[in-house]
Design a protein around this ligand. Structure first.
Ligand code: TMP
Length: 212
């Protein structure tokens, strides 16, 4: 590698935990401190596959549950060449949701094992840090109504939260749980500190493979 690689940092959490706000704040802070950083999000609704997913999430079309799971995974794989290029160029990527959302959401549906759900994402670039924004159900409810997209119901989100808890127990991933009930600034400071530490640790190591 000609230069130090960037780190792959993922933010996960249930709806309304503040992931998108925090991703934007983190990218801005890193750039201001002179460290190249860019944000990505999954699903990336701009690609051909992403448009199919968007139509499904907005309930404009129906897709069989296994099929949509594989589309979410394909949407990540199609961005892997770009992700690797940026990381190798030294840009740190801050990603709003990744394979963990894929597994937590699909395995919250009846008849899906976590193992089946993990399979298509095996071998993706492995995050150097996964920040889980933890927000209990009551605190999330205080932040207002759920949106109108598919999955945005209280009971489904509670099942998703339990699936995330099972994923967080996997010590092969560098999970850090953040109390998202704190102020935006406090959450940001926590996230920034952990991210800089992960970036410094990652720069001399090759990019890993997820769940292999
Ligand atoms: P968003 O609101 O962050 O754009 O996410 C869209 C929805 O898609 C959200 O309810 C979580 C869900 N999702 C999956 O079901 N599987 C996945 O792989 C990802 C990334 C998101």
């Amino acid at each position: 590698m000609a230069c130090k690689r960037g780190a792959l940092i993922v933010l996960e959490g249930v709806d309304r935990a503040g992931k998108t706000t925090q991703c934007n704040r983190l990218v801005e802070a890193l750039q201001l401190s002179g460290r190249p950083a860019a944000m990505m999000r999954f699903p990336d609704r701009t690609t051909t596959i992403g448009k199919l997913i968007n139509s499904y999430l907005e309930s404009k079309s129906d897709l069989e549950d296994h099929t949509v799971h594989l589309l979410f995974s394909a949407n990540r794989w199609e961005l892997v060449p770009l992700m690797k290029k940026k990381l190798e160029e030294g840009t740190t990527l801050i990603i709003d949701r990744y394979a963990f959302s894929g597994v937590a959401f699909t395995s919250a549906k009846p008849g899906f094992s976590m193992n089946w759900c993990m399979n298509p994402d095996m071998g993706l670039p492995k995050p150097d840090l996964v920040l889980f924004l933890q927000l209990n159900h009551a605190a999330a409810a205080q932040r207002g109504q759920f949106g109108t997209e598919r999955y945005e119901t209280s009971s489904f989100q509670q099942t998703v939260q339990r699936r995330f808890e099972e994923l967080i127990a996997d010590t092969s991933i560098n999970w850090q749980v953040i109390d998202a009930s704190q102020s935006i600034d406090e959450v940001h400071e926590n996230i920034k500190r952990l991210s800089v530490k992960a970036m410094n640790a990652a720069e001399d190591w090759p990019i890993g493979e997820l769940w292999t």
